[in-house]
Write a protein that binds this ligand. Structure first.
Ligand SMILES: *Cc1c(COP(=O)(O)O)cnc(C)c1O
Length: 455
C-alpha cells in the first residue's frame, strides 16, 4: 500500500489545492485519505454518492453564430450555389484564399471532404495500381479509402504507444520497391515525428502526403502542419475544429502539384477548361464555402483557447501515472486538439478495466470515452482487396501474402484498448473551472479505485 500512497500524494501535488478544493479539501483528514467513514462527497456517484457536476453543458459543436447563418442565407438567395457560378469571388474561392493566408501558403484547393482531398493528391502524384503508400492503421477510414480508390495498396505501419502516431522505424521497415509515398496522420491534431519521417522520405525518394484532417493550424518546429510534406490535407467534416458538414482542403507550396490537384478534383478539367486527366468530381459547393467563411472568423482564437485548456489539463495530469496525456514530439509548439487523449493504465486503478472507469466517471457528470474501437488493419477491407481481380493483377500473390502477414500491429491494438478521450472541438472551448471539473472527476474515481470492483 505504500507505493499507492506515494502515487496518490504525487498526484495531489500536481492538482493544485484550488482545483480539488471544492470537492475534497475539506474532507481530506490529516492522514490524507478521503475514503474514511460515511463521506458522501467522496463516494462514487455510480455507487450512490453525489456527482462532481450535474447536467453539465459544454460549448456546442459545430460552431454557429449569426454571421455563419447570414452567409448561408446570402448564398441561398443569390442562387449561385456552385463554385463555377462565381469563380473568382464566390465563397469557395474566397475561403481558399483566406484559409491559405491563415496557414501561410500560397494556395488552397477546396474539395467535398478530407477523403477527397487526400485522394486528389494521390491521383495528382500519379500514384495508382501497383503502387504502395505507407500509412497508419490508427486513423479515420478516409485515410485508407483515399489510397484504395486509386487502387494502390495501403501498407500499415504500427504506431508509437505513447504518442499514438505512426512509428517512423516501422515505416522504414515497410518500404518496398513499389512504395511511392508516406501518408503520416497527425492524430488528435498533434504532429507526428515529422523530422524522422521527412528524413526517411528523402533518403528513399518518397513523397509525403500529410493527413492533417484533424490538425488545422497546429505548429511543429515553426511550421504549420500540412506545409511540411509535399502536400497537406484537411477535413471540414462536422466534428472537426473548422467545419461545414462535409468538406476538405489541400495545401501545397508546389505550384504544379496544387494545380494538378485542382484539375483532379474538377473531373480532370484544368483551370483553362481543358479536360486533361482522370479525376472524379470532388468540388465544394458555395453553401459549404459560406459556412466555412463564417467559421473561419474566430478559428484562431478558438484554437488558442483549446491549446490553453489542453496545456492546463496536461499540467494537472503530468505526474499522475494512471492517465497519461498523449505524448507530444519535440518541436510541437501547438496542437489542434480535435480530441484530448490519454492512456488509461489500469494498474493504478486497482486493475479495473477501462470500461468501469468510464462508467464511474460518466456518473460523476464527465463524459470520457474510447475512440476507434480497433485499428483499421482489423477491418474486413484487407481480405476484400486481396480477393479482388484488380489487386491480384497488380500485386503478386507473394506481395499480397506479405501484406496480410504485416497486419500484426500490436502497438495499435494496445492503443485502441487503453486510450481514453475527451471530445475537444467544443468542450475544450470551456473555462478553466470546467477543466477543473474534469480533473476532479478523475481524481475522485482514482481515490475510490478500490470500489471500482463494485460496479
Ligand atoms: C476526418 C478524417 C479524415 C477524412 O476526412 P472526411 O472529411 O471525413 O472525409 C481523414 N483522416 C483523418 C485523420 C480524419 O480525422
Amino acid at each position: 500500500m505504500k507505493t499507492k500512497q506515494i502515487e496518490r500524494r504525487q498526484f495531489i501535488e500536481t492538482v493544485s489545492l484550488g482545483t480539488i478544493g471544492a470537492v475534497v479539501t475539506s474532507n481530506v483528514p490529516a492522514n490524507g485519505s478521503i475514503l474514511t467513514g460515511n463521506n458522501d462527497a467522496g463516494k462514487l456517484a455510480i455507487l450512490g454518492g453525489n456527482p462532481i457536476v450535474k447536467n453539465k453543458v459544454w460549448p456546442a459543436w459545430p460552431y454557429v453564430d449569426e454571421k455563419v447563418i447570414e452567409k448561408i442565407i446570402a448564398v441561398t438567395k443569390s442562387g449561385k450555389w456552385c463554385r463555377i457560378d462565381n469563380f473568382k469571388e464566390g465563397t469557395v474561392a474566397t475561403f481558399e484564399r483566406e484559409f491559405a493566408r491563415l496557414i501561410g501558403v500560397k494556395t488552397c484547393v477546396a474539395t467535398g471532404s478530407g477523403t477527397q482531398a487526400l485522394n486528389s493528391v494521390v491521383e495528382a502524384l500519379g500514384i495508382g495500381p501497383g503502387d504502395e503508400v505507407i500509412t497508419s492503421p490508427y486513423t479515420d477510414m478516409g485515410t485508407i479509402a483515399s489510397i484504395l480508390v486509386s487502387r494502390a495498396l495501403p501498407v500499415m505501419a504500427d504506431v508509437d504507444k505513447e504518442s499514438f502516431q505512426i512509428d517512423p522505424t516501422d515505416v522504414e521497415r515497410k518500404i518496398t520497391n513499389n512504395t511511392k509515398a508516406i501518408m503520416p496522420v497527425h492524430m488528435m491534431g498533434q504532429a507526428c515525428d515529422m523530422k524522422s519521417i521527412m528524413q526517411i522520405a528523402k533518403k528513399n525518394n518518397l513523397k509525403v502526403i500529410e493527413d492533417a484532417c484533424q490538425a488545422h493550424l497546429a505548429v511543429y518546429k515553426g511550421k504549420t502542419l500540412g506545409t511540411i510534406g509535399d502536400a497537406g490535407c484537411f477535413s471540414f467534416q462536422s466534428s472537426k475544429t473548422i467545419s461545414c458538414g462535409e468538406g476538405g482542403g489541400i495545401i501545397s507550396n508546389d505550384d504544379k502539384l496544387i494545380d494538378d490537384c485542382y484539375t483532379v478534383q474538377n473531373h480532370g478539367t484544368n483551370r483553362q477548361g481543358r479536360s486533361v486527366t482522370i479525376g472524379s468530381k470532388y468540388r465544394m459547393n458555395e453553401l459549404e464555402g459560406a459556412i466555412l467563411l463564417g467559421q473561419l472568423a474566430g478559428a484562431k482564437e478558438r484554437f488558442e483557447t483549446r491549446n490553453k485548456n489542453a496545456v492546463y489539463l496536461t499540467s494537472k495530469l503530468k505526474d499522475f501515472p494512471g492517465l497519461r496525456p498523449q505524448k507530444l514530439y519535440e518541436g510541437t509548439e501547438s496542437g489542434s486538439f480535435y480530441l484530448y487523449t490519454m492512456t488509461y493504465d489500469k494498474k493504478y486503478f486497482n486493475d479495473a478495466p477501462r470500461d468501469k472507469f468510464l462508467k464511474a466517471i460518466a456518473a460523476e457528470g464527465i463524459s470520457l470515452s474510447p475512440y476507434i474501437p480497433n485499428g483499421l488493419h482489423r477491418e474486413p477491407w484487407t481480405d476484400h482487396i486481396i480477393s479482388l481481380n484488380s489487386y491480384k493483377k497488380m500485386y503478386s500473390s507473394d506481395r499480397l501474402k506479405q501484406f496480410k502477414e504485416d497486419l500484426n500491429l500490436p502497438n495499435c491494438d494496445q492503443v485502441c484498448e487503453n486510450m481514453i478521450m475527451f471530445w475537444a472541438s467544443g468542450p475544450l472551448l470551456a473555462t478553466q473551472s470546467d477543466m477543473d471539473d474534469v480533473i476532479n472527476a478523475i481524481m475522485k474515481v482514482y481515490e475510490n479505485r478500490d470500489n471500482l470492483s463494485l460496479i
